[in-house]
Ligand binder design. Sequence first.
Ligand SMILES: Cc1cc2nc3c(=O)[nH]c(=O)nc-3n(C[C@H](O)[C@H](O)[C@H](O)COP(=O)(O)OP(=O)(O)OC[C@H]3O[C@@H](n4cnc5c(N)ncnc54)[C@H](O)[C@@H]3O)c2cc1C
Length: 436
Amino acid sequence: MAETRSTQTWQNWGRSVETHPVRIAHPASTAEVVTIVREAVAAGHPVKAVGASHSFTAIGATDGVLLRLDRMNAIVGTDVATRRVRVQAGISLHDLNPRLKAMGLALPNLGDVDPQSVAGAISTGTHGTGGRLFGISRAVVGVQIVTATGDVLEINEQHEWFGASRVTLGALGIVTEVTLQCVPAFLLHAREEPMALPEVMGRIDELVADNDHFEFYWFPHTERTSIKRNNRVPEGTERRPIGRFRHWLDDEFLSNTAFEGINRVVAKRRSWIPRVNAIAASTLSAREYVDDSFNVFVSPRTVRFRESEFAMPREALPHVLGELAAWFGAGHENVSFPIEVRFTAADDVWMSTGHERDNCYVAVHQYWRSDYTDYFAAAQDIFTAHEGRPHWGKIHTLDASYFAQRYARFGDFVAIRDELDPGRTFSNAYLDRVLG
Ligand SMILES: Cc1cc2nc3c(=O)[nH]c(=O)nc-3n(C[C@H](O)[C@H](O)[C@H](O)COP(=O)(O)OP(=O)(O)OC[C@H]3O[C@@H](n4cnc5c(N)ncnc54)[C@H](O)[C@@H]3O)c2cc1C
């Protein structure tokens, strides 16, 4: 198996976490993962796997043995009748989506980027938006996990631990294969347009209910938003993808190249931010297109940032946004990144932010060269006052005592962790904090 020994540095995408694993390995099969786990346990090293390292928290961090499953990227089985696809856990969503399309299939919902591995995405409860839809983990119908003893565990829908296996935070073992319940490939009609925040909030129930996927970005220090409505189209509808120039202008130049330039400047001239936000929001224009679902869900993101995102009961949204507006209004800090608001339906995944609750999600971002601590701390205070559950891969400072109150099955999940990993082979400081 290919591997590199010691003194290497691992960093996450947001450059908020850095470690020096004693060993970085790239196994190609479940059998190789078993060997590595057994060797690590014998040597007394912890083991963590990472995917695209897109988590902003230290959830995947280790100074022990780091597994990169980039060679475990195959589709290992397809059941056409049930539309179930079994993949090796390291496959990225970017590679998987077009391969599913070639089979006439798709994942029912996605987040807004696609570099994540399947295992990484499901381990933190990665989600997109859709008032009647769910996070990616809800599509998981089976998981293969290598445990601390080197045993290979198959957990399917009948297994008593199924509810714990779809969002594991990486705490139960190394996920080596995942079976996904897909849907027929579909096109989405995307409509993006500016809308004033009071109008969005006045129509929020209708906008969430009447669209398959509704989300909006609110520009802090303004009352402007950009809304996105993505809806499934009737069979036979033609693709009308965005033109190449418009794609370059909106998605690459304005959203990334120009936005990076603006952030570099305002990082040193923070008093300019309210005016810059107002100008940026006033240049928003409407656009419509029809494309493959995964092309509509996913956008390029080249401006590096840090993020905190919490799920809250839907009815909390007006209060949460009002409290954030009051915080900005009090002049604590000027923030250049738009605030992202999304929605999902209640699910049955024990450690999912969507567990048994219809949610709104509010995400705050900070340019990576700017300090996020005061802003995210203030946002966290607002979110936790509304029963917020933080995204496991996004920045927060909460611990097990908080999660025991927020997740009905928290104790059951921790008990399974105790049974599968009593020696804490798969733990790290983050997991010790959030799981106890
Ligand atoms: C630009 C950007 C955009 C994002 N957009 C969204 C979004 O729209 N919606 C959303 O919900 N989140 C979003 N995220 C967060 C991201 O989806 C999650 O943090 C996700 O977990 C990252 O996947 P990854 O493959 O990079 O996993 P990593 O960050 O590498 O790992 C995440 C966790 O999974 C564990 N893990 C990885 N592989 C395995 C394995 N094989 N077995 C066991 N455990 C494993 C790791 O140990 C770690 O605990 C975004 C992040 C970035 C940087």
